[in-house]
Design a protein around this ligand. Sequence first.
Ligand code: NAP
Ligand code: GLV
Length: 320
Amino acid sequence: MPALSAPKILVHVRNTDATDWIDGIKRWAPDIEAVQLADDRLPDGLDPASIDISVCWRMPHGLHAQLPNLKLIQSMAAGVDHILSDPRRPAEVAIARLVDPWMARSMTHHVVSQILRWHRTLDRFDACKAEESWPTNVIFDPDAVSIGILGMGVLGQAAARALSALGFPVKGWSRSPKSVEGIDVLNGADGLDGIVRTSNAVVCLLPLTTETADILNADLFAKMPSGGFLLNVGRGGHVVEADLLAALESGQLEAASLDVFRTEPLPKGHPFWRHPKIWPTPHIASEINLPTATRAFAETIRRVRAGEVPDGLIDPEKGY
Ligand code: NAP
Ligand code: GLV
């Protein structure tokens, strides 16, 4: 990337004032100029040709196409599907995702909490309050619970390591071969098949791409051992909703914890809200943490200024 003297940054967070984010980035990079959208449009008087870098979460489609000198689109999130889904995205502009160890820790906490909630049947004990009596023969066997993690990237590997350290047998699935101590990582369609057939719990930590859309479907649920658990922390577009409802209805799946949805926030009246076997959360598995994320963005800006390669560059062909 060619070096830049004093980059001008456009910062956008959908439905949120971006002042805190601008202040956060300027704390680490005081000499940059940063602006935000006004009512989802470029502010009056701003020369679109002056913007070098966009730092964004769900930028309105078509806006990046108005910036003729844009060098980098930096996602405010680990996922970049919100950028790639813009049909007018300038194809020549590089895209980077957020890589922040804070997020891996937060995601790991969420994944572990949901796996333990299911494995330790915590909902069952909550339900006992109405009866004022406990169930008999309560036994938990972590060796009898195999966990398959779909997506062994930054977040998937962190979650897989934590679950393995808790004593659960864990397998992972990625696109390319990789070696992760104590965890079998498989690839390709056969690898997916092998993991799903032997996993009582499937955790989706994939990016949403043309290859992974709708991957959590009737075929996958049918291959899992009966009475399984699904945790989707990837994207809502990974789940075929009708197939999930059918698998829960038949008992093929015992429960599903869903943090992401096709429409967010989850619309009122959606069947997932009231379903007794669905545990919804509002896309909070791993929040974007302002202090650490803005530091990462400032480091990206420093690298772009210096003509160095920023962290987290994605391959638009692969979609992540
Ligand atoms: P990442 O480091 O890019 O990892 C993605 C993983 O998915 C990689 O292991 C990759 O394989 C694998 N993968 C991609 N396409 C595949 C395919 N077709 N077949 C098999 N494996 C495939 O991403 P990350 O930082 O871990 O984040 C993953 C996703 O989590 C994000 O894209 C986002 O959707 C979601 N997320 C959700 C939240 C939340 O709060 N719910 C927060 C952050 C992120 P390779 O390793 O071989 O490339
Ligand atoms: C959040 O969903 C992210 O992609 O970081």
